[in-house]
Ligand binder design. Structure first.
Ligand SMILES: Cc1cc2nc3c(=O)[nH]c(=O)nc-3n(C[C@H](O)[C@H](O)[C@H](O)COP(=O)(O)OP(=O)(O)OC[C@H]3O[C@@H](n4cnc5c(N)ncnc54)[C@H](O)[C@@H]3O)c2cc1C
Length: 321
C-alpha cells in the first residue's frame, strides 16, 4: 500500500480552506502511487470540520475528537499522525505549507524516517514520484526526488485548486493513543480577530506599499478592501515602516496568497513581493511610476496617484455593489 495521508487544518471548529488544495495534491500523488487518500482531523469539537472534509473525494476521514488535541501542540499531534500514517499504510504524509504545517511536518518526517519536501507546487510521475518546489523567491524551480520509502510534504496550496465536492466518504473515529504531554505546555493563542476574511483564504486582496507614506493612509486600502469584501495586505517595506501590522505582509518572508483579484497599490513589485502574490488570477497595479516592475505582472495597470484614484474607485464601487 502506498496511500497518502492529509492532515486537515481547522480553526474554531471550521475547516480551513487550505486543507482542500492539499487534498488535490494528495489525489495527484495517489494517482502516481496507486494508493488512496486518507484525511486525519485532530482536535476537539471537530464534527463540522469532519463532515465538511468528508465531501472532497478522500477514501476515508479519520478523526480524533479529544481534549488532548484541543490546542495545537506538535508534541501531541506528531505521535498521532505517525500512528495514523502507519495504520493507513500511508507512505506520504502532507499538510498545507502553513505555519502549523511547517512546525509539524519536520517532526513527523523525523519519526517516520521520511525525506521531506517543503512548499511543493507540483507532483508528477517520472520514473517514480517527483516533486517541484520553488527556490530563491520563485526564481528557480527545482525537481526533487525523495529516495526514502516514506515521504513528508508541505504543499503550497495556492498552486492547487480545491477538489470537486461530492458525496461524503466514510468517517471513522481514530484512537490516537496519545496522552497529555508534560514536555511542552500550551500557554495561549493570540488570534488577530477581524471582520475581514483571512488573508490566505480571501477571494480579493487589496495590498498597500511604502508609497502610501503613513499608517493613516492605509485607511483607503481598508475602505477599498471592505467595499469588495476583501482582505488587506502590505509589502514588507510598508510593514517595516510601521504602516501595517506584520500579519499583513505578503511575499517571500510573509504570506503567499493567490486570490481571484489582487490590488497592488503603491507597491513597486520587488521580486520578494511577487513571490507571495504572482499566482493571483487578476492583478491590478496602481503606481505613479510607469517603469515599476509590478506592471510586468499586472493584468490591469493604472499609472496614477493612489491618493486620488483609490478613494474615487471606492466611491464608484460603492454605487454599483
Ligand atoms: C530576504 C528578503 C526578503 C524580503 N521579503 C519580502 C516580502 O516578503 N514581501 C515584500 O513585500 N518585500 C520583501 N522584501 C523587500 C523587497 O525587496 C522590497 O524592498 C519591498 O517589497 C518594497 O516594498 P514597496 O514596493 O512597498 O516599497 P518601494 O519599493 O519603496 O515602492 C513604493 C512604490 O510606491 C510608488 N508610489 C509612491 N507614491 C505613490 C503614489 N502616491 N501613488 C501610487 N504609487 C506611488 C512608487 O512609485 C514605488 O513603486 C524582502 C527583501 C529581502 C532582501
Amino acid at each position: 500500500m502506498a496511500n497518502v495521508l492529509v492532515v486537515a487544518e481547522h480553526l474554531d471548529g471550521k475547516l480551513r480552506k487550505v486543507t482542500l488544495p492539499t487534498i488535490t495534491f494528495a489525489q495527484q500523488a495517489a494517482a502516481v502511487t496507486g494508493g488512496q487518500v486518507y484525511v486525519l482531523v485532530l482536535g476537539s469539537g471537530v464534527d463540522a470540520a469532519v463532515e465538511e472534509v468528508s465531501r472532497y473525494g478522500a477514501a476515508k476521514v479519520l478523526y480524533a475528537n479529544s481534549p488532548v488535541f484541543s490546542d495545537y501542540l506538535a508534541e501531541t499531534y506528531t505521535p498521532a499522525i505517525v500512528k495514523a500514517a502507519r495504520e493507513t499504510g500511508s507512505t506520504l504524509v502532507c499538510t498545507p505549507s502553513s505555519t502549523t504545517g511547517k512546525d509539524l511536518l519536520p517532526r513527523v518526517a523525523a519519526k517516520l524516517d521520511a525525506g521531506m519536501v517543503s512548499d511543493a507546487i507540483e507532483v508528477f510521475e517520472s520514473d517514480g514520484l517527483k516533486f517541484r518546489r520553488p527556490l530563491w523567491a520563485g526564481n528557480v524551480v527545482t525537481t526533487v526526488h525523495v529516495t526514502t520509502p516514506n515521504k513528508a510534504v508541505t504543499v503550497r496550496t495556492t498552486d492547487f485548486d480545491a477538489p470537486a465536492e461530492g458525496a461524503a466518504c466514510p468517517v471513522e473515529s481514530f484512537d490516537a493513543g496519545v496522552a497529555p504531554t508534560d514536555t511542552a505546555q500550551f500557554v495561549s493563542f493570540e488570534q488577530v480577530k477581524s471582520e475581514r476574511p483571512e488573508l490566505t483564504d480571501a477571494n480579493v486582496v487589496v495590498a498597500g506599499g511604502r508609497g502610501l507614506k503613513s499608517g493613516e493612509n492605509f485607511q483607503m486600502i481598508m475602505d477599498l478592501a471592505d467595499v469588495l469584501g476583501g482582505a488587506v495586505g502590505a509589502s514588507r517595506a510598508a510593514v517595516d515602516s510601521g504602516y501595517a501590522p506584520n500579519d499583513w505582509q505578503i511575499g517571500q518572508t510573509g504570506k503567499v496568497v493567490a486570490p481571484n483579484l489582487y490590488f497592488a497599490v503603491a507597491i513597486s513589485g520587488a521580486i520578494q513581493h511577487l513571490a507571495g502574490m504572482k499566482g493571483s488570477q487578476t492583478i491590478v497595479a496602481i503606481n505613479t511610476n510607469p517603469e515599476a516592475p509590478i506592471f510586468q505582472v499586472a493584468d490591469y495597470g493604472l499609472v496614477a496617484d493612489a491618493f486620488q484614484v483609490v478613494p474615487e474607485l471606492t466611491q464608484k464601487l460603492k454605487q454599483v455593489l
